[in-house]
Design a protein. Structure first.
Ligand code: ZN
Length: 126
């Protein structure tokens, strides 16, 4: 087991700043998409309405994905405040920096994430 070097505070500060601006940007995008979904209901042509429905479905799916990401970002920000950021929610081990860089709101270390995706191996392992 490699010794984990203590994560410098400035890493958390930088991450907090990053996530905050991502959150704000995402909020604006969600607001805009939300308006797009709500407005434009003036279609009488059926074909146009069908196309409209498809793009509305896609937009709704995008909106849903963005909302989920927003929730993840917000909870990551809370964890930074509490000093829990970068610690696995499940086993309490530090989450590898490379993983945090790839997925800044990761709440599980790679091992726990893999087990979460494959519950059978979890059962055997535990
Ligand atoms: Zn873990």
């Amino acid at each position: 087991m490699a010794t984990m070097t203590r994560t410098p505070q400035k890493f958390f500060n930088a991450r907090e700043k990053e996530l905050t601006s991502q959150r704000d940007e995402l909020r604006m995008r969600i607001d805009r998409h939300h308006l797009d979904v709500v407005i434009d209901r003036e279609l009488d042509d059926e074909a146009a309405a069908a196309v409209e429905n498809i793009s509305r479905d896609m937009l709704a799916a995008t909106l849903e994905r963005e909302r989920r990401t927003l929730r993840e970002i917000e909870s990551a920000l809370v964890r930074i405040k509490k000093g829990e950021y970068g610690t696995c929610n499940s086993c309490g081990d530090p989450i590898a920096r490379a993983r945090l860089d790839a997925l800044p709101w990761a709440r599980l270390c790679i091992h726990c994430a893999e087990r979460a995706h494959n519950p059978n191996s979890f059962r055997i392992a535990s």
